[in-house]
Design a protein around this ligand. Structure first.
Ligand code: ADP
Ligand code: MG
Length: 727
């Protein structure tokens, strides 16, 4: 499959390489058709109806080049004739580009929307794929991803030529990488046959069988890569941190003001067992907002400290890191005051280390980490970037994983010197099953399904300003009511505001607007710096209001957050800096302005900032998008459920899932073409089991050269080498 194309295809090979980066036989036969034209479903020109999307086969009878009337460029006007003799006009805008392909005598498949011009039906700039003789006799015409320089049918011809050589058993052979036993049990077609059938199907069943088989290749490739990755991870030695009775963790448990939920106990036990092992834990804890993950992380860190190691906790923003440091200190009380007067027996100390510390404070923090003085170091990415030295790093906790990429996870793993640190990743974004099995497939997963008791419900309402502009005033009346009842409120805007157009996006929030469907013509999103003064002078006059966003100096941010925690403020007007982890139980109202600009999971996260105490929370999703738009449907979905798992699945369906799988691969051409996290859950699950068995029996894949190659095709040779080096 790695043979070059040149000997088979000659000059066409150069075009494929240049235009589509198709270099080898394998590249070409894995360049699958984008769609098929079913000859049985073609329309006659005589039967076309205005407004329908039609696919026809026709002969180009006449072409005329015209200058465009209102802009530069040329237009190609074409008369098409079908087999029954009926004619139809078609127009192509970039005349000079298409005339190379479209000239009298060319037969092609044309598809597009049927419009009307000069009282006659016409196709305006339809897609077209010229046909050759061989196409005429087949039931399906394969349409390939093509470029302006090479058409779909030219690609089809090349593919057929290569397939013929493969079938003839010529210079190149297809060896099926899948073990025969697997193929038999799962009823999968043999690779050579599947490849021919996906390119040249004879029937729909043919095509489905071929596709199913090829999906298996991808699923198994991914799962083998992950199995190898897990194997490489656990083959590193780690410091065992077995629980120590009567020490810090026990002292902490004794002063916990609440009982752990059954879920917290169960997950805690899983972690405790992992930490005691001599190879690194790689565990992900998923639990909805407010499920109580922090206490789980803290208990794990205390177990590491009890074993004479240090723990590091990483947060996505400085605000959150500072808050974590504060709340860990509060929870630990005298147990975190090592070296201070009144410290408890076994006490440790917590050091905050962020990028924005002053030089002196930073030096001290680094020293504390290096000397082992700090049992627990809390920080941001700076922890990775500044090459912090730890005396004996035993455990790394990564909070709110959705902000961290795979590479950052790996960077941290390399931190422990000879011994790899244990790794605990926490996310409040529930992970759909198939994503867990792929993107997070190198991690063990624990789930917290229930929230601690006594939580009050959050009611979510969409405020549709397009239809009910008067509701805008009632938003602020509602906020005043909450404040009058002794509670606090957040008002979230998508934007910081005009400092400088470059600064429109809050740098602490890389995701902002990522999945908003901004047509470009809309007004700019609401901004903290514009909204806050209007509220102060208008509907929220007299309340104690402050702003919070990522552009503020860190100590200022910190001061504001602390004032809000101490209830010295009533309303916080903020960007999504507060999205993750911020925990102020007295806050009961969350107003999200231009809510349609945020993603589903983001909205769910934001909503999770309220309803954390005993009083019920209210979340208002304010939008001026009209009813029955996709944006409004997303908001209705958020209002309709507080189940993060449901929203996560929906988020997956709405996102281009390529983005999700793409994150597994670092910037290379993807080996994944057919695999879908939505459609192939069952195959992915089965492939995971097969892959585990195969890697267990053949850790270096030496007895499975075909599978070894498959892993390379899926994740790239470099990554494959990285896993296998460690065996
Ligand atoms: P998250 O999972 O979103 O990080 P936190 O760890 O911030 O949630 O916990 C949310 C709140 O619930 C905190 O105030 C925490 O002290 C409290 N909490 C955690 N576990 C329990 C429990 N078992 N019972 C009661 N309250 C709890
Ligand atoms: Mg948290």
């Amino acid at each position: 499959m790695l043979s070059p194309l040149k000997p088979v295809l000659g000059k066409a090979a150069e075009l494929l390489a240049k235009q589509l980066e198709i270099h080898t036989v394998g590249d070409l036969v894995r360049h699958y058709p984008r769609r098929y034209v079913d000859r049985g479903k073609l329309t006659d020109i005589a039967g076309l109806e205005l407004g329908e999307h039609a696919t026809i086969i026709a002969l180009v009878e006449k072409t005329t080049m015209r200058d465009m009337r209102n802009r530069r460029g040329t237009m190609l006007q074409v008369v098409l004739r079908d087999e029954k003799g009926a004619t139809l006009d078609a127009t192509f805008f970039n005349g000079h580009k298409v005339k190379h392909f479209i000239h009298p005598g060319v037969r092609a498949v044309f598809s597009g929307k049927v419009g009307v011009f000069n009282k006659k039906l016409q196709l305006t700039h339809p897609q077209f794929d010229p046909l050759d003789e061989a196409d005429e006799i087949r039931p399906f015409i394969s349409v390939y991803p093509a470029t302006g320089k090479i058409t779909s049918q030219e690609i089809a011809r090349c593919v057929r030529q290569v397939l013929d050589v493969l079938d003839g058993g010529g210079r190149v052979e297809v060896t099926d990488p899948l073990p025969g036993s697997l193929r038999q049990r799962e009823g999968l077609a043999e690779l050579g046959r599947a490849l021919r059938r996906i390119h040249v199907p004879e029937s729909e069943a043919d095509y489905h069988a071929a596709r199913n088989r090829l999906v298996w290749d991808e699923a198994l490739g991914v799962q083998l890569a992950l199995a190898l990755r897990r194997q490489a991870a656990v083959s590193k030695p780690a410091a065992a941190c077995p629980p120590r009775r009567g020490a810090l963790l026990d002292a902490f448990d004794a002063r916990l003001p609440f009982a752990l939920t059954p879920g917290q106990q169960e997950v805690g036990a899983e972690i405790a067992a992992d930490l005691a092992l001599r190879h690194p834990m790689n565990r992900l804890v998923q639990g909805d907002v407010g499920a109580g993950k922090t206490v789980i992380a803290l208990r794990a860190m205390l177990q590491a400290v009890d074993a004479g190691r240090q723990a590091a906790m990483l947060a996505p923003t400085e605000t959150l890191a500072a808050q974590h440091a504060r709340s860990l200190r509060t929870m630990l009380g005298p147990l975190a005051q090592a070296g201070e007067l009144g410290a408890a027996e076994h006490a440790t100390s917590i050091t905050l280390l962020t990028g924005s510390l002053g030089a002196k404070a930073k030096r001290k923090a680094l020293l504390d980490a290096q000397s082992g003085e700090a049992g627990i170091v809390v920080g941001t990415h700076a922890l990775i970037q500044d090459r912090v030295g730890f005396a004996e790093l035993g455990l790394v906790v990564v909070d709110e994983q959705h902000r961290f990429g795979v590479e950052q996870r790996d960077a941290l793993r390399g931190r422990g010197g000879d011994l790899a640190p244990h790794m605990l990743v926490m996310t409040a974004t529930p992970i759909p099953r198939t994503v867990a099995m792929t993107v997070y497939g190198d991690l063990q997963i624990s789930s917290l399904r229930e929230l601690p008791e006594g939580r009050s419900p959050i009611s979510t309402t969409v405020v549709p300003l397009a239809e009910k502009p008067s509701w805008f005033a009632s938003i602020w009346r509602r906020v005043r009511e909450e404040v009058a009842a002794g509670h606090q409120a957040y008002v979230v805007c998508p934007r910081v505001g005009d400092v400088d157009p470059q600064d429109l996006i809050d740098t602490e929030d890389p995701d902002i607007g990522a999945d908003s469907d901004d047509g470009g013509a809309r007004r700019p999103p609401m901004a903290v710096l514009e909204v806050a003064p209007k509220l102060v002078e208008g509907p929220l006059e007299g309340l104690r209001i402050a702003i919070l966003h990522g552009k503020m100096p860190p100590d200022e941010k910190d001061a504001v957050m602390r004032a809000f925690e101490r209830h010295e403020l009533d309303v916080l007007v903020a960007t999504t800096v507060i999205e993750v982890g911020v925990d102020v139980p007295n806050a009961t109202a969350m107003v999200i302005l231009d809510a349609d600009r945020f993603g589903l999971s983001q909205l769910h996260q934001l909503r999770g900032r309220v309803g954390r105490g005993s009083a019920p929370g209210v979340c208002l999703l304010v939008t001026d998008m009209p009813a029955a738009t996709a944006a409004r449907e997303r908001l209705d979905a958020v209002a309709g459920t507080t189940d993060g798992f449901v929203l996560a699945q929906l988020d997956l369906e709405l996102r281009r899932e390529g983005d999700v799988l793409g994150s597994m691969q670092s910037g290379r051409r993807s080996g994944l073409r057919l695999l879908s996290l939505l459609k192939h859950a069952e195959i992915i699950a089965k492939a995971q089991v097969y892959a585990g068995d195969i890697v267990e029996q053949d850790p270096g894949l030496v007895r499975h050269p075909g599978l070894f190659a498959l892993v390379g095709e899926t994740v790239g040779d470099e990554e494959r080498a990285a896993y296998l080096d460690k065996v």
